[in-house]
Design a protein around this ligand. Structure first.
Ligand SMILES: Cc1cc2nc3c(=O)[nH]c(=O)nc-3n(C[C@H](O)[C@H](O)[C@H](O)COP(=O)(O)OP(=O)(O)OC[C@H]3O[C@@H](n4cnc5c(N)ncnc54)[C@H](O)[C@@H]3O)c2cc1C
Length: 305
């Protein structure tokens, strides 16, 4: 099934990651006509193996999670179309989006566009992320770093917070601070935590078979089992900003308890909303959004109970 030029969905979901696909399954099962705009590989596809997904005690890859979620959404009639939504504007009680050279009208929109990671500027970094040598998310996988030698690369106090978090797992933690000196406002905490601080640019990196074999600075060589990036992310919030949807000071979308934004009929879920970037969070917010969207449309169609 697909939507032609004069055929429009009830709901447009922007983003085909865990949040967007979960909402598509819920809305499909609410018998809503759903179009999911799939702008390319979601962040979740970077997950080498996740060990904190409930129901998968043996772990599951990001690709496998996404395939299952995609198959489930398709099973209930969602249409998933490759392409980027370029703009969204309000149109009466609904919205009009521009995508793949046509205008798509929808009665409600869910923004599930995620964030972009600021990867460290190191050679081979993408391959190293896929091999779990360079990591992004200690909440996801610090358990798999127990007793390992860990370097954290940061440019501000986020690096200190991640170093502190890692001390639950290992006493061999080094913070490599690549930002300006005054960006570390809580540096005295590092001594208390027993975290080594290195302040200088990394000159070269060798990523070996199963460890970061050397980070060189000031001529020295230092080996680590793992490198965590604490360089942060940027939310994909441009579409919302253009619509004047309320954002937090971190450029995340502000939502209520039902994942509704400041604009009626415009919802958001997943990493673009919550700093705790987790699939469980993305899917739960998506379920809240989908249910509220369905109830909102029922009401608009005259169902008062
Ligand atoms: C290396 C790594 C390991 C991780 N490990 C875990 C883990 O073990 N457990 C866990 O719970 N979480 C983990 N995460 C975090 C998890 O991947 C995210 O929390 C999750 O993917 C968020 O889902 P989302 O749907 O909000 O965003 P995403 O998965 O990023 O999907 C967003 C989608 O929106 C699309 N998009 C953006 N703009 C547009 C547009 N204009 N038009 C159309 N489409 C658009 C993007 O192309 C993308 O497909 C990990 C992340 C990384 C990077």
């Amino acid at each position: 099934m697909s939507f032609g030029p004069d055929d429009h969905p009830d709901v447009l979901i922007v983003g085909a990651g865990p949040a967007g696909l979960t909402a598509a399954t819920y809305l499909g099962r609410f018998r809503r006509r759903v179009l999911v705009a799939d702008g390319g590989p979601p962040r979740a596809c970077w997950i080498p193996v996740s060990h904190n997904m409930a129901g998968f005690p043996e772990g599951i890859t990001g690709e496998a999670i996404l395939k299952r979620m995609r198959d489930q959404a398709l099973e209930y009639g969602a249409v998933i179309e490759a392409g980027c939504v370029e703009a969204i504007r309000r149109d009466g009680d609904g919205f009009v989006a521009t995508m793949n050279g046509r205008q798509i009208r929808a009665r409600a929109v869910l923004l599930a566009t995620g964030v972009v990671d600021h990867h460290p500027d190191l050679p081979g970094v993408e391959d190293a992320i896929k091999r779990s040598l360079v990591r992004i998310c200690p909440i996801c996988d610090a358990y798999e770093a127990i007793d390992k030698s860990v370097a954290i690369i940061g440019r501000d106090d986020r690096g200190i917070r991640e170093a502190a978090f890692m001390r639950t797992y290992t006493d061999r933690v080094t913070l490599i601070h690549v930002g300006p000196p005054d960006a570390l406002t809580e540096r005295e905490a590092l001594d208390r935590l027993g975290v080594r601080l290195v302040e200088c640019a990394i000159e070269a990196v060798e990523i070996g078979e199963d460890r970061i074999t050397a980070l060189n600075w000031s001529g020295g060589r230092h080996a680590f089992d793992l490198l965590y990036s604490a360089l942060g992310t940027t939310p994909n919030a441009d579409l919302a900003r253009e619509l004047s949807v309320a954002l937090t000071e971190d450029d995340l979308l502000k939502v209520d308890a039902h994942s509704a934004t400041s604009i009626p009929g415009f919802y958001a879920a997943g990493d673009v909303v919550k700093g705790l970037n987790q699939i469980a969070v993305a899917t739960s917010d998506a379920a809240l959004a989908a249910t509220d969207i369905h109830n909102r449309l029922r009401k608009a169609d005259g169902q008062t109970v």
